[in-house]
Design a protein around this ligand. Structure first.
Ligand code: IVH
Length: 686
């Protein structure tokens, strides 16, 4: 094959791969209905990357490979909105909603009135511009934040990393949706609860204060100058508006959402066309009831008049359309005073400052304490004892102080808070290690550590011992009934029945719970042990990798760091933990008590672990895709170009410059049969 036809071959294959990847991304990220395995997806992606590396002229801006990999930006350019991004007027009660409905009907002057009800996602609005692409469809040209509504920031490279944003739309999809190739989509970028939890777990591991809420985290992420980081954070995008030449679709809001879905955008499935205030109230009540189970935050329901003609008749006030309203749920934030700042000692001896609040009712519960994380956080807030503060509470998230208020109604407090130099529980010295934000009690036997360890051990998500709360633990300690978590397994019904507010029945229930926890498995036990930096995800990965506590305890740093997401910091913490005699004893005691400390080991092939292969030419019996899947399935890596890091080059018919390069660098070359032998675990003599 000459160079020219090779290129055209490659171009064709790249095009195929792009279409396929795009389809699978849509299935996975928008429809939640994947058809192929992650490994198979990765194999296709790697093949495309390799092709594009070999023929850079084939790279298109809308290629799925271009989601990540953008270079860090020096800053963001300003971009003018095609038409102002307005905000919405709010309603807080069914009465206000009924008022709005009455006004809409009056102003509509007989034009039909129906309402599209949508969830009000708590993220940030962005505008996406699509332009006609070379393939006759549309491609993402620019993504802009809301900014002040007139001008936003061009955050295109970050928007590209959001998997639910289509980078390109085929001519066929456009046709089906009845859309021209140039248009603008508006919608909400959000961070899911899972992504938010992961982010905060990571931040904790890095010794950083947690992000306050998913909205702030999403906003911060979109304004990050490094697209690689944005890609890891996994934002989502839900589309809700479509503009063609600066105008909303004549067919109305319902048709708009359908057209968006047809083009491959993620459109929130919780939407409904409604006609009466009663129907709207019912939709709102259902949304509020289901709010915590959605997996992302919402703060209300948006109601939009459906028909475009009616919308135009209703028009706009200065800042918002008259044809839409946001029904806001009861506030999840409140304003209150900090009457004191106290310090709590955790199970690792870490001292956490806590704001003692005048009780305030927020989103269904009374809040009287909120974490202040660490000394730096207090400093950043500029918080004084006596200050008025705004407190927020999201989903199942713990209350947080987000801002100090200062105005005529909210005069500033007076007293500065000084971090204690002695542990409030045992009076030992408190130290702050170099480079760390936290202060810790130096006393290994600080009673607070034992109390918190017991509470942690029993917690939901850890060993799940229902009934092992504050009051019980306090009594167990005061009466000297437990001296460590393993002692829990020695407790008997008669012993527990003697505790305050305990009877035979509750004692039996607790003993049963403790008994049941023996089967929680290795990951839970690892979390229960309270090893620094080992949160839920890390514990699961470690359990999968090592399969037993003994194997884990025998591992060295290098072996530990082979586990995904385990770096030197975590491996060090694990080694230090098991290096301590008392921790090894604890493991022994748990074993003696009959606690299961094994896990199903993930069957991961290691045949080719640590080896990198480059494929070139046509193999006699396998496609390159298949070869790649096989190599990766056996733990090996594949790369697109030959370098000193390449372990083997697998060459088929008509292998070209890569083979020359391999010879030049003296890299062993295999044929298909050689590769197969290696996969079977045989030795290879290239
Ligand atoms: S419509 C002029 N629909 O809420 C139209 N907004 O309080 C304004 N939001 O800035 C947008 N979910 O960031 C609309 N389904 C939804 C929404 C939504 C969340 C946000 C959006 C807007 C803010 C207005």
């Amino acid at each position: 094959m000459d160079a020219r036809s090779k290129l055209s071959h490659a171009a064709q294959r790249a095009e195929e791969l792009r279409a396929e990847l795009q389809r699978h991304e849509h299935l996975y990220y928008v429809l939640d209905a994947p058809e192929i395995s992650d490994a198979a997806y990765d194999a296709r992606m790697n093949e495309l990357k390799a092709l594009e590396a070999q023929y850079p002229e084939l790279v298109t801006p809308d290629s799925p490979t271009q989601r990540v990999g953008g270079k860090p930006a020096a800053g963001f350019a300003k971009a003018q909105h095609s038409r102002p991004m307005l905000s919405l007027d709010n309603a807080y009660s069914p009465e206000e909603l009924a008022d709005w409905d009455r006004r809409v009907r009056e102003l509509a002057g007989g034009l039909p009135v129906a309402y599209m009800a949508e969830l009000k996602l708590d993220g940030l609005s962005v505008a996406l511009r699509y332009e006609v692409a070379a393939h006759g469809g549309a491609r993402l040209a620019m993504g802009i934040t809301r900014g002040d509504g007139q001008t936003g920031e061009d955050v295109t490279s970050n928007i590209r990393t959001i998997r639910s944003v289509p980078l390109s739309i085929t001519a066929e999809q456009l046709k089906k949706a009845g859309m021209p190739p140039t248009f603008e989509v508006r919608g909400e970028a959000v961070m899911s609860a899972a992504a938010f939890a992961r982010l905060n777990e990571e931040r904790e591991q890095q010794g950083l204060p947690p992000a306050v809420n998913p909205r702030n985290a999403a906003a911060g992420t979109l304004r990050t100058l490094e697209p690689g980081i944005v890609a890891q954070r996994r934002l989502d995008f839900y589309a809700y508006f479509l503009l063609v030449e600066g105008e909303y679709l004549a067919a109305g809001q319902q048709a708009t959402l359908d057209a968006l879905a047809t083009m491959g955008f993620r459109v929130n499935p919780n939407r409904k066309l409604l006609h009466t205030v009663e129907q709207m109230t019912e939709f709102i009540n259902t949304a509020e009831a289901e709010r915590d189970g959605l997996g992302y935050e919402i703060d209300g329901v948006v109601l939009k008049v459906d028909g475009h003609a009616t919308q135009q008749r209703l028009g706009y006030t200065g800042r918002a359309p008259r044809w839409a309203i946001a029904y806001k749920f009861t506030a999840k934030s409140g304003v209150t005073r900090v009457h004191d700042i106290t310090v709590q000692v955790g199970r690792t001896g870490k001292l956490t400052p806590v704001a003692e609040l005048e009780p305030v009712f927020i989103g269904g519960t009374t809040v009287s304490r909120a974490t202040l994380h660490n000394a730096d956080f207090i400093e950043r807030l500029g918080l004084l004892v006596g200050d008025w503060v705004k407190v927020e509470r999201g989903g199942d998230v713990i209350p947080k102080v987000v801002e100090v208020l200062e105005d005529a109604e909210h005069p500033r407090g007076k007293r500065h808070f000084h971090f204690p130099v002695q542990c409030p529980e045992c009076g030992s010295d408190v130290v702050r290690a170099e480079g760390e934000v936290d202060y810790r009690c130096v006393n290994a036997d600080c009673p607070a550590k034992l109390r918190e360890s017991l509470l942690h051990f029993g917690r939901r998500g850890v060993m799940n011992i229902e009934g092992l709360g504050d009051a019980v633990v306090q009594q167990l300690l005061e009466r000297g009934m437990v001296h460590g978590v393993a002692d829990l397994y020695k407790l008997t019904v008669p012993q527990l029945a003697g505790l305050e507010r305990f009877a035979e029945k509750s004692a039996t229930a607790l003993v049963e719970q403790i008994e049941r926890s023996k089967k929680a498995g290795l990951a839970r036990v690892l979390m229960g042990l309270g090893i620094r930096f080992v949160g839920e995800r890390t514990a699961e990965l470690l359990a999968e990798e090592f399969g037993s506590v003994d194997a884990l305890m025998a591992a060295n740093a290098e072996e530990l760091e082979r586990v995904e997401e385990v770096g030197p910091r975590i491996s060090q913490a694990i080694l230090e933990f098991f290096a301590q005699e008392k921790n090894r004893r604890l493991v022994e005691h748990l074993r003696e008590a009959g606690v299961d400390m094994t896990a199903e080991k993930k069957q991961r092939s290691v045949q080719l672990a640590g080896l990198t292969f480059v494929l070139t030419g046509t193999l006699p019996n396998m496609t390159r895709d298949e070869a790649k899947e096989k190599i990766e399935g056996a733990g090996g890596k594949t790369a697109g170009s030959v370098s000193k890091k390449t372990s083997y080059v697998v060459a088929g018919e008509e292998a070209g410059s890569k083979l020359d390069k391999a010879r030049e660098l003296k890299i062993p070359v295999l044929d298909e049969a050689g590769l197969l032998r290696m996969l079977e675990g045989g030795t290879v003599e290239p």
